[in-house]
Design a protein around this ligand. Sequence first.
Ligand SMILES: Cc1cc2nc3c(=O)[nH]c(=O)nc-3n(C[C@H](O)[C@H](O)[C@H](O)COP(=O)(O)O)c2cc1C
Length: 346
Amino acid sequence: MTESAVVSNQQTENKQAVQSEYPACRFSIAPMLDWTDRHCRYFHRLLSEHAQLYTEMVTTGAIIHGKADYLAYNEEEHPLVLQLGGSNPADLATCAKLAAERGYDEINLNVGCPSDRVQNGRFGACLMGEAELVAQCVAAMREVVDIPVSVKTRIGIDEQDSYPFLTDFVGIVSEKGGCRDFTIHARKAWLSGLSPKENREIPPLDYPRVYQLKKDFPHLTMGINGGIKTLEEMEAHLAHMDGVMVGREAYQNPYLLAEIDQRLFGSDTPMKKRRAVVEAMFPYIERELSQGAYLNHITRHMLGLFQNMPGARQWRRHISENAHKPGSGIEVLEQALAKIPAHLDV
Ligand SMILES: Cc1cc2nc3c(=O)[nH]c(=O)nc-3n(C[C@H](O)[C@H](O)[C@H](O)COP(=O)(O)O)c2cc1C
């Protein structure tokens, strides 16, 4: 059997999460709107069996009133967290229940997104100023599901950026809402004046504050997020925290994920090669295309796979120029793979 066939078979046989001595939250890929859709997550899962994957934020309104199935995912994606956007406890409970019935492993509430659209709906980062309401939201969801309900938040909002503000928030949400699991983006949110993109670079990150929070709430499971790029940085954070969450670097340089199982989860399965991962995507792509998906909706998540390798630019360009053409299929990826020098065992 070829290596890619082994990778592919492992994925289809192990529909539930592969067990590790460490909890899945030790390493997670951040929820990212427009990026971490189910195609992206399937691809990421081929690179790491243990990483905890997050959906994009899905609003309660979309789930309750939308026409599409916003909870659809592939079984291979476990362990999988659904991130919800909303602030109405009853609506959140309805969605949490639906998600638990569909087999999600955890529900996460977004208390970190600063976009205007989200603020108008009174959810996302502005909820940091409403700890009591967040506690009610978490409590309402916990009441109706057995899976964990977690919160992803920031270290502050606007002028409310003192350490006591943060500890009050976490104290209320954990004590009154019963939330045991938090992910802290180590940067405060500015609710006006900055785009969400700018607010991912400004103001500076404050990791020591997040470490202190974990020290002050040792009974809570806490992950750190923001600006983490290398395995060495992840290991350094894990000396202080229960988990690390990586967003942009995981998406833009996905081969980073290939080392996660061995380095962070103690796995002894060999690291997967890039080519084998591409080939392991073929059966998935063919199945999806036959069901009406567009090739470029899948391949757009794979563009960074060969980052820093000879041929990376040609790989990226071939896919970008061809995957959107009507009728294109896996031959586009085969041709793009041929741009990577054959002697490279990658
Ligand atoms: C394109 C994009 C979309 C994002 N969408 C979400 C989202 O839906 N929910 C959320 O909690 N955070 C969202 N974020 C923020 C990330 O989850 C993460 O907190 C942020 O990018 C910082 O982590 P990083 O420096 O590792 O990227 C998004 C970030 C990006 C780049």
